[in-house]
Write a protein that binds this ligand. Structure first.
Ligand SMILES: Cc1ncc(COP(=O)(O)O)c(C=O)c1O
Length: 499
């Protein structure tokens, strides 16, 4: 039995019993999903949706090998990590083997938030310092300690930035402070971090950690320029702090060529702490912090035991091991590279055809389409992005829009996504963009204007954004170079990634 209630009743029970701040996708007409398989989700009527956004079901929804591993272990034993058990040690050994040698000590948790919270504790205990440098628009989790260091959240709510939090500019070379026409954006962004450290020192404050996603996801699918992490790590370590790489969204081979996204920066860059979550358990709650022996010893020297009831339990570890096996046996990293490259190629053709697409960036199956109203000013096309994701939903393709202006279409599907899926997705997008352009005539400016008759129902939210085009982006930057991390066929021969 996959349904207890009609869709209407489910919605009304949800409204009555689930906290109102827990939002659903497509609030105007939410989807009720009753089952899923591989890269597809099915609604209560059997309607099939292509899932382009679910990076938790990493090896594919309901993968049989993962299910088998979970069931087999659940039939036998599940308990906490205070008993000796082979699964937790085997899993820690296998995870360590994917990382540079010095990252060899694991702490298992149940969510990315728990992992990042623990990473902060490790950093503070190791350094004896309190302050944290985070990137603008970053999101690192829902716990109090993480909302404090997540501008994505605290800038939206009424929360005020805490005095121990320092926000560095996001190293976004498309619409950030230093762009692709800058001679050395990596150094310029890193120098901003250095300045923050110097200012903090002047105020008598000390840096415990710099935390960043290896590629910013909620922040708008941002790929930092090559060399940025090395320079930041140097400045932060000189100040006695540590570098935390949050791989909760982008780890486990999503970028294809590397198992971890931070590895795109080269072998001379190794973070001090890596946090991981979402894809680890393919939907089962498993997460982890991996660090150096030195940091782990310092944490232990406080004398306080670390205990986490479910962290690293035999079932979670069995699930995690099965996910690692599937990534390998099905060559999902190879698939991410092949399909990701192909999809980027298709999207670049769309970019040449549709003025609304300002930038296509990505690596493997982590891709962003930055929608703009104006190529010169790069004014974010927020309402258009909302309109498109609703229209894509009608075409049975699940996409979302994110970034500070919510104008970046995020693509991060299960890793079994195929070239046929890529073609289908792009065809639907092409159709929607074509209709928008027909409604507006040949355009150089906004694709949706106040007078545009939308051929589909738009969300109230999208409509109000449509009418308040307040985002101004004065910088012009027609020449696009590349950031040097993620090679593709069209790359210009220097330091930039994007098209
Ligand atoms: C980059 C990043 N870090 C941490 C988290 C928190 O993970 P969780 O929701 O599993 O607590 C998220 C969740 O979206 C995330 O995107």
């Amino acid at each position: 039995m996959s349904e207890l209630y009609s869709k209407r009743d489910t919605l009304s029970l949800r409204t009555r019993h689930i906290g109102p701040s827990c939002k659903v996708f497509f609030a105007d007409d939410p989807i009720k999903i009753v089952r899923a398989q591989r890269q597809y989700m099915f609604d209560e009527k059997g309607g099939r949706y292509l899932d382009c956004i679910n990076n938790v079901s990493h090896v594919g929804h309901c993968h049989p090998e993962v299910l088998k591993a979970a069931l087999k272990q659940m039939e036998l034993l599940n308990t906490n990590s205070r008993f000796l058990h082979d699964n937790i040690v085997e899993y820690a050994k296998r995870l360590s083997a994917t990382l540079p040698e010095k990252l060899s000590v694991c702490y298992f948790t149940n969510s990315g938030s728990e992992a990042n919270d623990l990473a902060l504790r490790l950093a503070r205990q190791f350094s004896g310092h309190q302050d944290v440098i985070t990137l603008d628009h970053a999101y690192h989790g829902h716990l109090t300690s993480l909302i404090e260091i997540s501008p994505y959240k605290f800038q939206e709510g009424k929360d005020i930035k805490k005095e121990f939090v320092h926000v560095a500019p996001a190293p976004d070379t498309y619409r950030g402070k230093y762009r692709e026409d800058h001679a050395d954006p990596a150094s310029a962004y890193a120098d901003d971090v250095k300045k923050i450290i110097e200012e903090a020192h002047k105020d008598g404050r000390k840096i415990a950690a710099f935390i960043t996603e290896s590629m910013q996801s909620c922040g708008g699918q941002i790929i930092p320029p090559a060399g940025y992490f090395q320079k930041v790590a140097k400045y932060v370590r000189e100040a006695g702090g540590v570098f935390i790489a949050d791989e909760v969204q982008v780890g486990f081979g999503r970028v294809g060529k590397h198992f971890w996204s931070f590895q795109m920066h080269g072998e001379d860059f190794v973070p001090d702490i890596v946090t991981m979550g979402k894809p680890m358990g393919n939907g089962h709650p498993v997460a982890c912090v991996v660090t150096t022996r030195e940091i782990a010893e310092a944490f232990c020297s406080s004398g306080m035991e670390y205990f986490n009831t479910y962290g690293g339990n035999p079932v979670s570890s069995a699930v995690g091991l099965a996910v690692l096996d599937v990534i390998e046996s099905e060559d999902l990293r190879g698939n991410a590279t092949r399909v990701g490259d192909y999809l980027i190629e298709l999207l670049n053709k769309q970019k040449a055809k549709h003025a609304l697409i300002g930038d296509v960036r990505g690596c493997g199956l982590f891709i962003g389409i930055d929608l703009v109203k104006d190529h010169q000013k790069r004014t974010p096309a927020t309402a258009e992005a909302q309109h498109i994701i609703y229209r894509m939903k009608e075409k049975r393709v699940l996409l979302s829009a994110d970034g500070p202006h919510r104008n970046v279409l995020k693509i991060k599907p299960p890793m079994c996504f195929t070239e046929e899926d890529a073609v289908f997705m792009v065809e639907q997008l092409d159709g929607i963009l074509t209709v928008l352009e027909e409604a507006n005539g040949p355009q150089t400016g906004s694709v949706i204007s106040e007078n545009t008759v939308c051929r589909t129902k738009m969300s109230k939210e999208a409509h109000s954004e449509l009418l308040s085009d307040s985002t101004k982006d004065p910088k012009e930057n027609p020449s696009r170079k590349r950031n040097g991390l993620c090679a593709d066929k069209n790359a210009l021969p220097n330091k930039r990634l994007k098209t």
